[in-house]
Design a protein. Structure first.
Length: 273
């Protein structure tokens, strides 16, 4: 299968809404004021409705409905709301069906949320600025799978794709085998096309690369690789996936304790034994 249809789909994606671009410009200037974020989101009725729908998803576990953007931003924090805003806007241009990966749309959202929460919880105690930069990237880290799944479905190769995922247990390898591109490679194109901050596409550009990432994104790429090892579409914080993540941590001479503390909090939140 050629990668050309995937590139064509990326090129046909609509630009990000003006409201999202305004929010991104605020973050480019530093840590934005919550009131400014709320005003921009509320100025876009479609975005407002989408954000409220997402923050009321059952996996967040709130006992009462969140009924306002101010309430959402206060509960989630500006960094996590930025992630949700970007995810909502990017995914708006897709017809989402992740069945070739054996997961539902709700499960896909839950995995993306867990990845962003793990990296935020982990890096909050290491470097707050890196945590704020990494969280939205982690939230969008699996976006390319939407286009790969669409290609697999259109070619009617879902059974073969799922069988290969089970056989090889290497998601990027199987994606390349079937579409000549991986999720990270497609993300690089998507993030460039949408004119997101350079760190978004640069970190994706090196995520599957065996070469050492450039200094500007080295720490971010390593952190994303570790989180993706611990939480992915096949395993979420299992004994096996955590062992792989810990091996990467030691290989890169990082401390395991902060990571494991964040893992413990997430396992308790998502009731993972």
């Amino acid at each position: 299968m050629s990668y050309i249809p995937l590139i064509a789909r990326v090129d046909s994606l609509p630009p990000l809404p003006e409201s999202v671009l305004k929010i991104e410009s605020l973050y480019a200037e530093g840590d934005p004021d919550i009131d400014d974020i709320v005003k921009i989101i509320e100025s876009d009725p479609s975005l407002t409705a989408d954000i409220l729908a997402k923050v009321n998803a059952p996996y967040y576990g709130f006992s009462k409905s969140i009924i306002s953007i101010l309430q959402a931003v206060t509960l989630f924090g500006s960094t996590q709301i930025r992630s949700i805003v970007l995810s909502s806007s990017v995914n708006r241009g897709f017809d989402i069906d992740l069945s070739p990966y054996g997961i539902s749309t709700l499960e896909f959202s839950r995995i993306s949320t867990m990845q962003s929460e793990l990296i935020f919880q982990w890096y909050m105690g290491i470097d707050i600025n890196v945590a704020r930069s990494l969280t939205p990237i982690a939230f969008l880290m699996e976006t390319g799978k939407i286009l790969i799944a669409k290609d697999i479905l259109q070619s009617q190769k879902e059974k073969e794709f799922m069988a290969d995922l089970e056989k090889y247990r290497d998601i990027s390898y199987v994606e390349n085998m079937h579409t000549m591109m991986s999720t990270a490679q497609i993300n690089t194109l998507i993030f460039k096309h949408l004119n997101l901050n350079d760190t978004f596409w640069e970190s994706m550009n090196y995520l599957d690369d065996d070469k050492t990432p450039p200094e500007s994104v080295h720490e971010m790429v390593i952190a994303l690789r570790i989180v993706r090892s611990a939480i992915n579409i096949q395993e979420q914080l299992t004994q096996n996936s955590l062992q792989i993540a810990e091996d990467l941590i030691r290989e890169n001479e990082l401390l395991t304790a902060p990571f494991l503390r964040a893992v413990k909090r997430l396992r308790n939140k998502y009731l993972i034994d």
